[in-house]
Design a protein around this ligand. Sequence first.
Ligand code: TRP
Ligand code: SF4
Length: 438
Amino acid sequence: MKIDPWSSTTYQDYTRLRDEFGIEEFTENLWKDLPHPHKLLRRGVVFGHRDFQIVHDSVMKKKPWAILTGLMPSGKMHLGHKMVIDEVIYYQSIGADIFIAVADIEAYATRGNTLEETKDFALNEYIPNYIALGLKPEKCHIYFQSKNQDVKDLAYLLGKKVNWSQMLATYGFNSSTNMAHIMSPLIQTGDILHVQLEKFGGVRPTLVPVGVDQDPHIRLSRDIAQDHRLYNVTVTKDNRIGVFVKTDENINKLLDNAEKTLRSLNFTKLERITNYKAIYIRDAEEKDIQKIDETLAKLEPKLGGYGFLQPSATFHQFMTGLTREKMSSSKPESAVFLTDPPKEATKKIMNAKTGGAVSLKVQKKEGGKPDECVVYELFLYHLIEDDEELQDVHLSCENGERMCGQCKKYASQLMEKLLIDLQEKRKTARGKIKQYLS
Ligand code: TRP
Ligand code: SF4
């Protein structure tokens, strides 16, 4: 199996994804002590992660960290698109610096949209909705890939340590893939890593919340971040902890600086072996590695490197379309758009495929199947905040007390409220866009 970020496949075998690609399970201990954990985290919609622990630590210790995510706007924004931004808004409320890339270069390269088209979609549809949903302008930067010189420079410069066979193995490109498309994963790597440049806040943990189709880009960015480091801190085969210089230039200077840093961290039993480009730390333990690594990473920009920490990621499940196919802008009946008139949304919900039984009689007797019901998904992802109420819907559906007609009506009412609220807030959103653009 290969994950293709540009296909319309939905990847749903989450256990297999975790096993095959080394995505880790997003377990309760990762979210339960965060401030007011978001419903998408509590309810398992976010099902997997890479390296979330370091972000968790930053939140708990109130240290700086960043969110970077991107969007390829195409037409109207629907409930599936809302989900990512709901996560972003939550992370903003618990202290993250926010960066959002409008992927106009990617859309141009992979979908054939012009830069102008993408700009229109972003300015007229996506960003006003982000603002209406509650994204705040403080510590928030929305930018266009095509206008961000630092992102484009990084794409080019970081490409130095990726070779063609790696790109082929990851993306399955072939000899007729156009070059702009081939560059687009590097542009995305530029997006993800540029937030750690000095002028964007410096070296710090960065979380990229995405759907699992984006995992190849996450792996690439993590590999590239690692490959450009000047230092590597690790446990050796004979169980020693060592700092190793990874380049062949300025070895002595790099070792001097590492030594100074280690002493400032109160390690004293240092054994320097210049031939191995190494400093062994006799009084360090495995649990010290992360701190040593972070401290050295922050030093690297002063020594001619980047010091990029490997970006973390979370992966969310996608909502099913109301018709049970993929939720898609090109199939209006499969999606509720944030700009749908409430009556229109109600019509779509009333026509949605539920997990109800063949007849009322059977449903009363045998119950419905909320886990196979898109109306239930609406509650779970968007419409019901209170976990107990949600659980009650689940239970009363399963035990046959709840019938689909009523249930859909309730969902429609909640949806109408949501849409009217957004409608209202969008009115003032347009005038605020400038505050978000960098
Ligand atoms: N490739 C993403 C998509 O298809 C958009 C994107 C561009 C992105 N840059 C990013 C996502 C950086 C996460 C991080 O939707
Ligand atoms: Fe879905 Fe509600 Fe019907 Fe249960 S009762 S299957 S949750 S619509």
